[in-house]
Design a protein around this ligand. Structure first.
Ligand SMILES: Nc1nc2c(c(=O)[nH]1)N[C@H]1C(S)=C(S)[C@@H](COP(=O)(O)O)O[C@H]1N2
Ligand SMILES: [Mo]
Length: 447
C-alpha cells in the first residue's frame, strides 16, 4: 500500500492508519486481524476497522490510552512563517516534471503538469506546465517595453506602468501545447497522464484586451489582416494571428491566478490566445506588428505543421479541438480495492464550451454521461465526475467529450484515418486507461 501511495502521488489514498508498519506476527497485528475479521463479519467498512484498531484521537498506538498529538497540545507555527505560502511538506511528490531525454537541453524542453493530482479547473501557478524554446528569464518589468507597429497610424511603445493603467479583463482559459499527447501517435510507452496530457493547464489571466491597444495605435482597418506577436527571448518566437481573432478575445496579460505572471510563464507580459495552441501564446511579449499577409516564420513554416497521410503539410492549424482525459484513476496509479471509485477528469475545447462528457469502463462499448461540475466556461477546463463501482475485473476507462459546436472527440482509429500516424501536433484522441485485476492502471490503445 505504501507503494501505491508513492506512485499515485495523491489520488487514491489509503486511510492514514494503513500506513503504520507492522510486524506480521506481533500481538498488535494479530489483534488487528481479529478486529478486522469481526468488523467484516459485522458488515463494517475498512475505514471503521482501521479506526477500531488504533488510538481514536492520534490514530496510532494503543487504543486504550488517550495520547493527544502535539498539534493538539502544543503551540503551532507563527503567522508569516512563510511570507509566500507553500504546499504542505506531505505534498512534495506533486511536481511538474521534465520527461528525461525528450530534448537535448533542459532550456529547450517542457515540464509537464501533474494532472493526476490537481482538483477543479484551475492549475496552481507553481504546477502550470512550462515550455521554452530557449530557456526562461526573469525580466525586470521596469525595463520591459511593448511596441505596436506595422500598419498602424501611430506606432506605440508602452512601459508596464502604461499597460497597467488601461482597462483590464480577467478570464479563465486553458493553454495547451500543440504537441500535447504527441507520443500517442505512435506506441503507448508513456506511463502517466502527466506525460500523456500534461502540456495543458488552465488559469485565470488578467490583462488588457489586444483590441484596446490596436485601437490606440489606429490599426489599418482596410488593409490590416494579420498581426505578428514577438517575444523578447532568444528563441525568436514570432507567430501570425488573424486580425479578427486578435480583436476578439486575445489578451495582453500580466496577471495569472491573482498575481503577476510567473517568470516561466512569460513575466511580465504574455499573449493569451484562447482556444489556440500554446506556441501562439507568446511569452515575454515585446512587439505586435499589424500586416496584410501571413509571415510564415520558422515556427509556422518548419515547426507546428501537420504531416498529412498524402505527404502534404497542413499549416496554420492553430485551434485545439475538443479533448478530454480521465485524470483519476489514470496510468501509474493503483486501485487499492474493488468497490466504489469516483472517476474524475478534465475536458476542454478551443471552439467554445463543453456540452457533454461520456465515460466508458469497457473500452467504448457502453457509455454513461458524466456530471459536469460548474463553472462551464468557454475555452476553459471543465471538470467531470462519475460514480463507478469496480468489480475487480479488467476495465478499460475512456472519456469522450462533445463541445457546443456538436464536435465529438474522436477515437484513436478515427483520428488516424484522417491524420495518418506521422503527425506530432493536435492529437485529441480518446485516451484509454486499463485497470488490471491487481488494481494497476496503465496506458493502452483500444478501438
Ligand atoms: N517567447 C516565447 N514564447 C513562447 C515560447 C517560447 O519558447 N518563447 N514557447 C511557446 C510554446 S511552444 C508554448 S506551448 C507556450 C507554453 O507556455 P507556458 O510555458 O506558460 O506553459 O508558450 C509559447 N510561447
Ligand atoms: Mo508548444
Amino acid at each position: 500500500m505504501n507503494k501505491s501511495i508513492a506512485m499515485s502521488g495523491r489520488v487514491i489514498k489509503a486511510p492514514e492508519n494503513f500506513l503504520v508498519k507492522e510486524d506480521a506476527k506481533s500481538p498488535e497485528t494479530m489483534r488487528r486481524k481479529f478486529l478486522a475479521a469481526t468488523a467484516a463479519g459485522a458488515g463494517l467498512g475498512l475505514a471503521s476497522v482501521a479506526k477500531a484498531a488504533s488510538n481514536p484521537v492520534s490514530g496510532q498506538g494503543d487504543p486504550n490510552i488517550l495520547e493527544l498529538p502535539m498539534h493538539t497540545t502544543g503551540l503551532g507555527m507563527p503567522v508569516a512563517a512563510n511570507g509566500y505560502g507553500v504546499p504542505s511538506q506531505f505534498e512534495k511528490g506533486l511536481q511538474r516534471r521534465e520527461s528525461p531525454g525528450l530534448t537535448r537541453v533542459s532550456a529547450a524542453s517542457v515540464a509537464f503538469t501533474p494532472l493526476q493530482g490537481t482538483f477543479g479547473i484551475i492549475t496552481p501557478s507553481g504546477l502550470h506546465f512550462e515550455r521554452h524554446h530557449q530557456g526562461w528569464w526573469d525580466i525586470d518589468p521596469s525595463k520591459h517595453r511593448l511596441m505596436i507597429n506595422g500598419m498602424v497610424k501611430t506606432p506605440k511603445v508602452y512601459t508596464m506602468d502604461d499597460i497597467m493603467r488601461l482597462p483590464s479583463v480577467s478570464r479563465i482559459h486553458f493553454i495547451e501545447c500543440g504537441a500535447n499527447t504527441a507520443m500517442e501517435w505512435g506506441n503507448v510507452a508513456v506511463p502517466t497522464v502527466q506525460y500523456t496530457h500534461g502540456m495543458v493547464s488552465c488559469s485565470e489571466f488578467t490583462g488588457v484586451p489586444l483590441s484596446v491597444l490596436l485601437e490606440h495605435a489606429g490599426y489599418d482597418k482596410k488593409k490590416g489582416k494579420y498581426i505578428l506577436a514577438e517575444g523578447a527571448d532568444g528563441s525568436g518566437m514570432t507567430r501570425t494571428i488573424p486580425l479578427d481573432r486578435a480583436l476578439d478575445d486575445v489578451i495582453v496579460a500580466y496577471g495569472m491566478n491573482g498575481e503577476m505572471l510567473r517568470p516561466e510563464n512569460g513575466y511580465p507580459l504574455r499573449l493569451v490566445v484562447p482556444g489556440i495552441q500554446g506556441v501562439s501564446w507568446v511569452k515575454w511579449l515585446r512587439r505586435i506588428e499589424v500586416g496584410d499577409m501571413k509571415w510564415a516564420t520558422k515556427d509556422e513554416a518548419i515547426h507546428y505543421v501537420d504531416l498529412m497521410p498524402d505527404g502534404t503539410h497542413r499549416q496554420y492549424s492553430g485551434i485545439q479541438e475538443a479533448k478530454s482525459v480521465i485524470t483519476s484513476p489514470s496510468g501509474g496509479q493503483i486501485l487499492l480495492d474493488k468497490g466504489f471509485h469516483n472517476i474524475s477528469g478534465l475536458a476542454w475545447s478551443g471552439r467554445g464550451k463543453i456540452k457533454r462528457v461520456d465515460v466508458s469502463v469497457d473500452g467504448g462499448k457502453n457509455w454513461r454521461t458524466a456530471r459536469l461540475e460548474g463553472p462551464i466556461l468557454s475555452k476553459a477546463f471543465t471538470r467531470f465526475n462519475i460514480d463507478w463501482v469496480w468489480n475487480g475485473k479488467n476495465a478499460f476507462l475512456q472519456s469522450r467529450c462533445i463541445d457546443d459546436t456538436g464536435y465529438v472527440q474522436p477515437t484513436v482509429h478515427q483520428l488516424r484515418e484522417v491524420r495518418g500516424t506521422r503527425s506530432i501536433y493536435h492529437n485529441n484522441m480518446i485516451q484509454t486507461w486499463c485497470v488490471a485485476e491487481s488494481g494497476e492502471v496503465s496506458n493502452v490503445q483500444v478501438g
